[in-house]
Design a protein around this ligand. Structure first.
Ligand code: GLC
Ligand code: MG
Length: 555
């Protein structure tokens, strides 16, 4: 990281700085062949929907060859498409179709671990302890008199010990499921392989990568104990945020990204990478970003903010301060395939939906790059009542927590489940949609001005029109471009700095317990998550609502 890096010249190569990226969970997006599983041809068929929604890019979750123990985050071949999702030709066709519509495509890369079905792991199991094959993973002798205890006290993020023993007595490390052995990133062969994998997909035209577990690849030398386990009642992973774990966010992980960046930069048209990284502080997270490392990291603090003005304000201020230091705008995300959907997090039912609509207007008004998760534009809630036997998350048997409820296939239209997910409307789906989703489908919401889908469509259009960075095409005058306005307690109010001569955008979010009067000086309302009350010439913003206003140009 270069502290106080100068703002980049803002060319098209910098598209990611203010882009809206739509996360496609491929398995649940659209199914072209009626097997109940979303696939790449399904994605291709729905590209016009994404263009019309108004997003700039897609991020596709893993579609590589995989036994699908962890939804494809267990990769057996990093250079091929799993037959369940299609073929490499389908991928080429999909990306060609996306580019023709002006949509960029980011793919997931999973470098921390492979699948246990990867040929490297099969070879490691067949080879002897101490062999070159074993050195591509993290095999160690156990502790105890017979080596019967795991080599250290590390816990899997999915629950239980992070080690599994093989028949000859050695143990291998898996920070996730036993079917996801961690790769040894201190081995140059592993580094060389992934650099080739990056080139393989860059050559096929991808515009960027979402790096899975980007903070995990390097483990502390000697694999020291954490010194605390779930024996004290709480999972080890909860220590994250209060200190550094020996398996996360080690300084040497940055060497990997300093090697990746020149590869990305050697391709034309602004290829980028975004880290799924967890660090103990926003300052540690910022170290992943910079002109010689990655372009972005997900700002999960925004997703974790509670429904209060103070909580959001704190996260936003911290993120903007970090943006200024690293010279790149931050990212904003409310939901993804690992988290309970935000409608449900914010209270479920009508309250949750109201708040989710307000949060969308807040997020889309902020400077930086936004990641949307498929279905949030429909206001989908988490599906809480999936039968246990249908749940597929490998964490479920061990932790009782499952991420399946945010992965239910999207409703596109029609009167019967799975609501247009398959090729002819009916057909199977790998997880069942609730019957209430009939009214939430794309077809049901299209054209209804009150619907969440039309709110997103309108907000994305207005965002393009009104949130250009000031200071001309390079945004140099003000890389942050946001100023807070005076407001009542519990209300967030800010203006986006407008380029000279352009009208300015003001965003108000009412997180207080009562309606608030809108200052006439904010300009004319252009969109609201709930209708504003017009009273005696004044305007009131309802509780749990947000609205945007456009102020006339100021010279
Ligand atoms: C990331 C993915 C998650 C997966 C895990 C292991 O956190 O988002 O879905 O289970 O990595 O690859
Ligand atoms: Mg299919």
């Amino acid at each position: 990281m270069t502290p106080s890096a100068p703002p980049h010249p803002r060319t098209d190569d910098d598209w990611w700085r203010s882009a809206v990226v739509y996360q496609v969970y491929v398995r649940s997006f659209a199914d072209s062949d009626g097997d109940g599983i979303g696939d790449l041809r399904g994605v291709r068929s729905r590209l016009p929907y994404l263009r019309d929604l108004g997003v700039d890019a897609l991020w596709l979750t893993p579609f590589y060859r995989s036994p699908m123990i962890d939804g494809g985050y267990d990769v057996a071949d990093y250079r091929d498409v799993d037959p369940m999702f299609g073929t490499l030709a389908d991928f080429d066709d999909m990306i060609g179709g996306a580019h023709a519509l002006g949509l960029r495509v980011i793919v997931d890369i999973v470098p921390n671990h492979s699948s246990s079905a990867h040929p490297w792991f099969t070879a490691a199991l067949a080879a002897a302890p101490g062999s070159a094959e074993r050195d591509r993973y993290l095999f160690r002798a156990g502790r105890g008199t017979e080596g019967e205890l795991p080599p250290n006290d590390w816990e899997s993020i999915f629950g239980g010990p992070a080690w599994t023993r093989v028949p000859d007595g050695q143990w291998y490390l898996h920070l996730f499921d036993p079917s996801q052995p961690d790769l040894n990133w201190r081995n140059p062969a592993v580094r060389a392989e992934f650099e080739e994998i990056l080139r393989f997909w860059l050559d096929r035209g991808v515009d960027g990568f979402r790096i899975d577990v980007a903070h995990g690849m390097i483990k502390a030398e000697g694999l020291p104990d954490v010194g605390r386990t779930s024996a004290d009642g709480r999972p080890q992973i909860e220590l994250l945020g209060r200190g550094r774990l020996p398996y996360f966010d080690q300084d040497e992980v940055h060497d990997i990204y300093r090697a990746w960046r020149p590869i990305l930069d050697s391709y034309p048209d602004g290829r980028m990478a975004v880290a799924e990284a967890w660090a103990e502080s926003p300052q540690r997270l910022a170290r992943y970003i910079g002109p010689d490392e990655l372009h972005q990291a997900f700002n999960f603090d925004f997703m974790d903010a509670t429904w209060s003005a103070d909580s959001f304000r704190k996260v936003i201020d911290t993120a903007l301060a970090e943006s200024t230091i690293v010279g790149a705008p931050t990212t904003w995300v409310l939901s993804n395939h690992d988290r309970q959907r935000h409608v449900t997090r914010y209270g479920d039912g009508p309250v949750g939906l109201r708040r989710a609509r307000a949060a969308a207007l807040l997020m889309l008004a902020l400077p930086g790059c936004v990641y949307l998760y498929q279905g949030e534009e429909l206001g989908l809630p988490e599906v809480l009542d999936l039968p246990d036997e249908l749940r597929q998350d490998p964490a479920f048997p061990r932790t009782g927590q499952s991420r399946d409820g945010c992965r239910v296939p999207l409703p596109w239209g029609g009167g019967l489940p799975p609501y247009g997910f398959g090729p002819d409307g009916g057909g199977p789906a790998w997880l069942p949609a609730p019957t209430t989703w009939r009214a939430l489908s794309v077809a049901a919401q299209t054209g209804d001005p009150e619907s969440t889908l039309e709110l997103y469509r309108a907000a994305l259009r207005l965002r393009r029109e009104h949130t250009a960075l000031p200071g001309g095409p390079d945004g140099a005058a003000d890389p942050v471009g946001l100023s807070w306005l005076e407001s009542e307690p519990g209300v967030l109010a800010f203006a986006r700095t407008a380029p000279a001569g352009a009208p300015g955008l003001v965003c108000l979010v009412n997180l207080s317990g009562a309606p608030v009067t809108v200052d006439g000086g904010h300009g004319e309302p252009v969109i609201a998550s709930q209708a504003l009350d017009e009273r005696d010439g004044g305007r009131m913003l309802p509780v749990d609502a947000a609205a945007w206003f456009v102020r006339p140009a100021t010279g």
